[in-house]
Every structure is written in C-alpha cells, then in structure tokens.
Design a binder for this molecule. Sequence first.
Ligand SMILES: Nc1ncnc2c1ncn2[C@@H]1O[C@H](COP(=O)(O)OP(=O)(O)OP(=O)(O)O)[C@@H](O)[C@H]1O
Length: 242
Amino acid sequence: MIKINNIHKEFDGRVVLDGISGTFQQGTTSMVIGGSGTGKSVLLKCMIGILSPEKGEVLFDGRNMLTANSEVVKEIRREMGVLFQGGALFDSKTVLENVRFPLDILTNQSLAEKNEQAMICLQRVGLEKAAHQMPSEISGGMKKRVGIARAIVMNPKYLFCDEPNSGLDPLTALKIDLLIQEITDEFNITTVVISHDMNSVMRMGEYIMFLKDGKKVWEGTNQNIKQAELPALQEFISTKLM
Ligand SMILES: Nc1ncnc2c1ncn2[C@@H]1O[C@H](COP(=O)(O)OP(=O)(O)OP(=O)(O)O)[C@@H](O)[C@H]1O
C-alpha cells in the first residue's frame, strides 16, 4: 500500500501541488486523472523520488520515502517499476537488453540468469519473439509492452505508469490496460496509473483521484465517477468521452 499525506510542491513560488493526500491499495489499479497541467506528472515524480516535495509524506508500506535513510530509499526504489510516457526505451539496445537493463544495473546476477528473467517477462507480455529486435523495428503498442516487461523485471511491489496509452489506437490501448490490470492482480502489485483516457479510467479505476489546479477535488471509483456531482469532474468526463 502507498499512502501520500499532504503533498505540497512549488516551482519558483508557484504552487503546483497543494496538500494532496490519498491511499493506493495493494493489488489494485489506482488512477490519477485531471486536465493538462493539473499536477499529475509532478505528483508521480514526487512519489517515485525524482522530485522532492516541500511538505508531506510518501509512505511505502509505512516507510516514508522522504525521510528514510539512503538504504531504505534504495530498498524502496528496487521495489518500484516505472513505465514512462512514450516507453523510454534505449534505441541502441535490443528489446531483450532493454528489459534486462534494471537487472544489469541493480543486481549481481549472471548474464544467463538475467537473460532468463528478462525472457520470462517478455513472454508475460507476449513478446518473446521480438527479443532480438531493435526498438525502431517494433510498433508503438509493442514498445509499451517492452516498457511493461522492463517495469516488472525486478518483481516490483509498486508499479507506476505515466499515460500508458498515449499515442495508441483504441484496441491496442485496451490490450495495454488489460495487461496492466492482469499483472497487478497476478503479482498483487500496488499500481498507480496517470491517464487522460476516460475509457481507461472506466476500465481500470478501482480507485480514482481527480486533480484540479494542484488540488485533489474528488476521489472515488469507476463505479461511482459518473454519478459525481462535481461540475469540474462532469466537464472532464464529458469532454473526454466525446
Ligand atoms: N520542472 C518544472 N519546473 C517548473 N514547473 C514545472 C516543472 N514540472 C512541471 N511544472 C509545472 O507544473 C504544472 C503541473 O505539471 P504536470 O506536468 O504535473 O501536469 P500534468 O497534469 O501531468 O499535465 P499533462 O496531462 O499535460 O501532462 C504545470 O504548470 C507545469 O508547467
């Protein structure tokens, strides 16, 4: 479980996150949604430790990432998988080498062990046949799946996905959503997804946090989001479903 408490983040005196709190449960796909520039990516970066908020707590099963000693921070980082927007693959590495990369830098395993683990993850996302291809030779949806395989190669307890569907056609987007949900269930991961895509929100949002102007203005589930009476949320839903 990840709990965030009262997260504040400013850039040059401009408040971008204004006291965000919420709980992301284990084995659940949670979503952070909101319009452009409302602070979703900054929140994700504060949660994964790329940015430091001025105030607040980010608790990974009780361990506060912001005040923990460097050993604990390292331990939490090793338990995290991140799927970056656009996949963020290394163009000069093969698919297999991309997936193996976290093992290369974070473990002392032999090459054979690392390749085996990377292949298991590639099989899990249905891409074992593409192992020796270069990223430039595969489609956008396949790149996302490689990104997912890389994000799970260290058996993460926490999975963060920044706009996993951006740039994909609806059918491929659906497949990526299902894959993220299946993996979350199968490995009992605490998954946090940032998305603009209302179809994804309706499919995956077991817990949804809606941000507006750096504030959490609503939280709920995909079961009750359409009944929410907040005008800003209704507007967001109606424009995204058009
Ligand atoms: N490193 C930074 N320095 C200064 N301002 C930043 C920085 N990163 C983000 N911001 C500002 O913080 C605000 C929130 O940005 P953020 O990227 O979190 O929005 P978002 O909700 O993810 O939007 P989008 O859906 O368009 O990606 C924006 O006004 C952005 O310009």
